[in-house]
Design a protein around this ligand. Structure first.
Ligand code: NZQ
Ligand code: ZN
Length: 382
């Protein structure tokens, strides 16, 4: 087992009504006065979460600033805009209410405000280190990314045509509220994309080198849990226990629980998915259900022991092939796209996709031009 440091500073408050019960107490404990509320394109107004938060904050002696309009697959241009608008406001708490897109944007807004950074893209290119951040509270509304308890943020830059992640211990949320009932309104397709994302995180952590059997067992349990819940949730989207189970799985799939004691995981499927989201603005999970099977087919020889472990634990005969087929069959069953044609893309996209794949530093380092072409063909289903 590899040496590791376990220090996750995010406090999680999990369960029904936790926002009504704890949000104001926690804000008061921080003595926050100038609060910046960040949210997305309007789902929180439709499902009543916004109104609930407004009721909690009304009549309190605070200045509440709002930014709405963070898009799914969020862009750094929006983040820079929010920072410019609020840098003179002495913000002392950022309150993010939404899914991964909103929380990731809020993480970077909090860091840019704390460090007077006008162009947050500098954090992603490595030009600037994240040296500090404002406190960040997150109210999670989609179970998927794990951002609620991790030090990562992912943004796109439309001009540079890149989707990049940044990791910094400064951007763990201070506190995340996880009320599973807040996810009742997530449409079933989006819920399934979340489940694909959870499985991808567990798998990518698992496809790391090194022996840490308990970390692998956590990953395997999260995958099995997600596979069991998905079809049940399709039938009963308002089932609190199912929503709670998937939310807890999502948080633990990417808060390092599945990687302590191992090398860094293999995140190439995410890099491929980010290219698809960048070019076609498809949901993160939908990009992964296309990328992952192709990545697996390319890598069966590189990870024989990992495939054998999965085959044994899912009771599959015929080794590698059966493992890939097993995950493909599951993705098909839950109705997420498996091939580029499922999102109406064909051969004509080849040059565009290949040239963007080859600009990704991780993929460019690990794959030759011919291998990237093979990857594209596999995503086409050829
Ligand atoms: O914008 P609104 O109106 O809020 O609608 C959102 C959005 O359209 C909607 N939604 C959210 N909560 C809802 C809801 N609709 C109904 N009821 C609710 N309760 O869902 C749509 C998708 O939201 P989004 O935040 O984009 O989804 P997700 O949580 O999957 O986040 C995806 C983003 O996170 C990044 C992805 O790349 C992508 O940009 N990731 C972040 C990671 C991290 N920080 O650790 C790791 C991941 O691998 C991932 O890369
Ligand atoms: Zn992901």
């Amino acid at each position: 087992m590899k040496n590791f440091i376990l220090h996750n500073p995010t406090k999680i408050i999990f369960g029904k009504d936790v926002v009504s019960d704890f949000l104001w107490k926690e804000i008061a404990a921080l003595s926050a006065r100038n609060i910046l509320l960040v949210y997305g394109k309007g789902s929180i107004k439709k499902n009543g979460i916004y109104q609930q938060i407004m009721e909690i904050l009304e009549d309190k002696s605070i200045n509440l600033y709002e930014y709405s309009g963070i898009k799914a697959n969020p862009i750094v241009e929006d983040v820079n805009h929010v920072v410019a608008e609020h840098k003179e406001k002495s913000i002392d708490l950022v309150l993010a209410v939404g899914g991964g897109s909103v929380i990731d944007s809020a993480k970077i807004i909090a860091a840019a405000l704390a460090t007077n950074e006008n162009d947050a893209w500098n954090f992603f290119t490595g030009k600037q280190k994240i040296g500090a951040s404002l406190p960040l509270f997150a109210v999670l509304t989609v179970a998927a990314t794990g951002t609620e308890m991790n030090p990562l943020a992912v943004l796109q830059n439309e001009k540079a045509m890149q989707k990049l992640g940044v990791r910094s211990s400064k951007i763990y949320p201070t506190l995340s509220f996880l009320d599973p009932s807040y996810t009742f309104s997530v449409p079933i397709p989006q819920t399934m994309y979340g489940i694909v994302d959870i499985i991808a995180h567990a798998l990518e952590n698992f496809f790391a080198m090194g022996n840490a059997q308990l970390s692998d067992a956590f990953a395997l349990s999260i995958i099995k849990e997600s596979m069991e819940i998905a079809p049940l949730l399709q039938k009963s989207p308002q089932d609190y226990d199912l929503r709670a189970r998937v939310m807890y799985a999502a948080t633990n799939a990417l808060n390092n629980l599945c990687s302590y004691g191992k090398e860094r995981g293999n995140w190439e499927a995410h890099s491929i998915g980010h290219v698809l989201s960048l070019l076609y603005d498809i949901a993160h999970g939908a990009s992964l259900s296309i990328a992952f099977p192709a990545w697996m087919k390319m890598n069966t020889q590189a990870y024989p022991e990992h495939f054998q472990f999965l085959a044994e634990n899912f009771c599959l005969e015929n080794g590698n092939e059966a493992v890939v087929e097993y995950f493909e069959a599951f993705f098909k069953k839950i109705g997420v796209p498996l091939r580029l044609s499922d999102i109406n893309l064909g051969k004509e996209e080849k040059q565009k996709i290949l040239s963007t794949l080859s600009k990704d530093s991780r993929l460019a380092k690990n794959y030759s031009k011919v291998e990237l072409e093979r990857l594209f063909d596999l995503m086409l289903g050829e």
